[in-house]
Design a protein. Structure first.
Length: 135
């Protein structure tokens, strides 16, 4: 991503699944497709990294078993490796896959982009809602 990608962000302030302004998911580790701490999206985010989720060992193992190891650091991608308790912007379809397998992590609704609703229901997100803490 380059500085020229910034204009592709939404022209209106991004909104969360509750219809409110999107808040930061995590700054430590710094998450988001744009690594700005938010689950914002744009045309180059083909995976739609829009679900702010609280990592669990069960989900990290589930993701690793499906070929996406989120625990191992990958500095070349500015990826620190995740541990249980970390918040991270997940691809909406990966979260849905985990939901269907009974491994979906809890989500921070205020930090989950409204684009998630194209792939998952608000009811499923509400059932997996975590209490938001400071990022």
């Amino acid at each position: 991503m380059s500085a020229s990608d910034a204009p592709e962000l939404e022209k209106e302030p991004p909104r969360n699944v509750l219809g409110q302004p999107l808040v930061v998911c995590s700054m430590a580790p710094r998450t988001g497709f744009f690594r700005d701490g938010c689950c914002s999206t744009g045309p180059s985010d083909t995976g739609r990294h829009v679900v702010c989720a609280v990592m669990t060992e069960g989900f990290l193992e589930f993701s690793r078993a499906r070929g996406n190891d989120l625990s191992t650091p990958r500095p070349e991608y500015r990826f620190p490796g995740l541990r249980p308790g970390d918040r991270w912007c997940l691809c909406a379809l990966r979260w849905k896959e985990a939901l269907e397998a009974g491994k979906a992590p809890m989500v921070i609704l205020e930090a989950t982009h409204e684009a998630a609703l194209r792939h998952v229901t608000i009811d499923d997100l509400l059932r997996h809602a975590a209490v938001r803490a400071e990022a």
